[in-house]
Design a protein around this ligand. Structure first.
Ligand SMILES: Cc1ncc(COP(=O)(O)O)c(C=O)c1O
Length: 529
């Protein structure tokens, strides 16, 4: 439903102007839940300047009445905007659109973009698909310096930049003009060989280099795979909570998202079968679930493979940070458990060098069965033809000369050290107020609030995230990664990019923030009246 904007006849004493009541089109039978649609709609209007920076939002009751949705829908959407820094609260006076939007923090001022055209300007309309593409949420650029406790950052400070630049220089000197031509869309052959050998040894993924397709990060692998595997309306299991950028790729492919709960054993396969037995695809992170951090148990692995075999579904395995295991036995990839012949394999393995080399390299890959090779390679050629050859050649040499394995060993040690620092400094500064989830791998943990504070209705995680954002810290509520409210909210806390010293100061800052957030009344951000 769309309504015309009208100023809120305000019972306000605030000196700030009151934002117009927003026009947001909400569809009750859409793939996205209403609160997600509302979140996207409001964010869009803030970014376009239709909801003015600094203006006060109407109360949740007024918004719910105006948009004909429940208060829960409004509250959940506002909490997410609050957590991401688009909104802010002032004690006793309500919820405001921030004067400096997160995007403005990330971009140098002189490169700020002009505002997007207003909707009433005469611009040709987007297609339905184009509207989905324009509205999906996807991770944006990040500040160069890692912030405490931004998830998904690897210890880039440990990367051997000198070794890399020596390799690249040698390649240019030796290769010269040969590096200038178009390349194979499937990837540079020596790199495909190096990847196939490496994942056979380290992840028990058995494949021929022909099955390895190099992509621009794992994100492009997801995009290409969903393009060739899904028709609009096909159902896709996603982990709940789960990785937001995968969700975006599925939505752009027109998939109907089926959030399947994750518990201590990973994705609950029986629940998935109950919810959508005929889903076309299941996207999972079995080695180290993102963001819950659990490992898919052996029983669940078998259940998942059996279901895929019986129903003819594809399993897309996101093995994004399996190399960062510093405790316990390493588990082979799910792909390695699938014993089907290459032409019948139903697990597609997706890997990335964003964490283990560096993310701006934009190199990842997928391992697909015979039946998919041509389609995925063609999709890659249509999208952008190939990744830069010099980068692929440098990576191939980095792997085959042994630098990669050495760097991985170093990364493991660093992550372990940073993980220990997290435990030590959180115990010291936050005690029982924030309890970290156990972790034996990766670069992030969950922080649960002590007592009943992790009840998502309490809104504590969102309040902490909002206060933290105002102080330059980046923490996200677990609910941000969910399509349905989680049974227990928590903070997602990354440590991969932080020195132990920064972890110590960050823990102290966060302790003060949590204290302040606990003093705010629950639901303050949503401005309940
Ligand atoms: C869950 C998950 N999957 C995949 C990736 C890698 O994405 P890309 O290879 O596109 O950089 C990340 C990066 O942080 C991630 O967190």
């Amino acid at each position: 439903m769309a309504r015309h904007p009208e100023p809120l006849s305000g019972k306000t004493t605030s000196p700030h102007s009151v934002a117009q009541l927003p026009v947001v089109e909400l569809k009750s039978r859409a793939a996205l839940p209403l609160y997600e649609q509302l979140y996207l709609g409001l964010r869009d209007q803030i970014l376009r300047g239709w909801l003015a920076q600094g203006a006060r939002l109407a109360s949740t009751r007024t918004l719910a009445d105006h948009l004909a949705v429940s208060r829960f829908t409004v509250v959940t959407a506002l909490e997410r905007l609050l957590a991401e820094g688009y909104l802010t609260t002032r004690a006793g006076s309500g919820t405001y659109i921030t004067s400096t939007l997160p995007e403005q923090h990330m971009r140098p001022a002189r490169r700020e973009r002009a505002p997007l055209p207003r909707r009433d300007d005469a611009v040709p309309a987007l297609s339905a698909r184009g509207r989905t593409v324009a509205s999906v949420w996807i991770t944006g650029p990040r500040p160069e310096e890692p912030r405490a406790f931004q998830p998904r950052r690897a210890p880039l400070d440990a990367f051997p930049v000198r070794t890399w630049s020596t390799i690249v220089r040698r390649l240019w000197n030796r290769g010269g003009y040969k590096l200038l031509e178009y390349g194979e869309p499937a990837g540079y052959w020596p790199l495909r060989q190096a990847i196939a050998e490496h994942i056979a040894v380290t992840r028990a993924v058995r494949c021929d280099p022909q099955h390895v397709i190099v992509t621009s990060g794992s994100q492009q692998a997801f995009d290409l795979l969903f393009r060739v595997l899904l028709d609009p309306g096909d159902r896709a299991w996603i982990e709940e909570p789960g990785y937001l950028d995968v969700r975006a790729a599925l939505m752009v492919a027109g998939a109907e998202l089926v959030p399947v709960p994750v518990d201590g054993e990973g994705i609950d396969v029986s629940a998935g079968i109950r919810l959508a037995p005929n889903a076309r695809v299941a996207v999972v992170s079995p080695s180290h679930q993102y963001p819950a951090g659990v490992t898919l148990s052996a029983t669940r692995r078998m259940e998942l493979l059996n279901w895929a075999r019986a129903s003819g579904a594809w399993i897309v395995e996101d093995d994004y940070d399996s190399y960062f295991r510093y405790a316990g036995r390493p588990m082979s990839a799910l792909h390695g458990v699938d014993r089907a012949a290459p032409q019948r394999a139903q697990v597609i393995y997706v890997g990335t060098f964003s964490k283990t080399v560096f993310p701006s390299l934009r190199l990842g890959f997928c391992v697909v069965p015979d039946s998919l090779v041509d389609a995925v390679v063609n999709a890659r050629a249509v999208a952008d033809r190939n990744s830069p050859i010099v980068d692929q050649a440098a990576l191939a040499e980095f792997i085959t000369a042994g630098h990669y394995e050495r760097h991985l060993r170093r990364l493991r040690m660093i992550c372990q050290e940073r993980h220990h620092a997290m435990r030590r400094h959180f115990a010291h500064s936050l005690g029982e107020r924030v309890v970290l989830s156990p972790a034996s791998a990766g670069t992030h943990v969950l922080g649960y609030f002590g007592g009943r504070r992790s009840d998502p209705d309490n809104g504590l995680a969102a309040r902490v995230a909002s206060l933290a954002a105002a102080e330059g810290l980046v923490v996200f509520p677990l609910s941000r990664y969910c399509l349905t409210p989680p049974s227990r909210d928590a903070l997602v806390l990354g440590f991969g990019g932080l020195s132990p010293r920064r972890i110590a100061t960050g823990a102290e800052q966060l302790a003060a923030i949590v204290r302040r957030a606990r003093q705010q009344r629950p639901r303050a951000p949503a401005n309940r009246r």
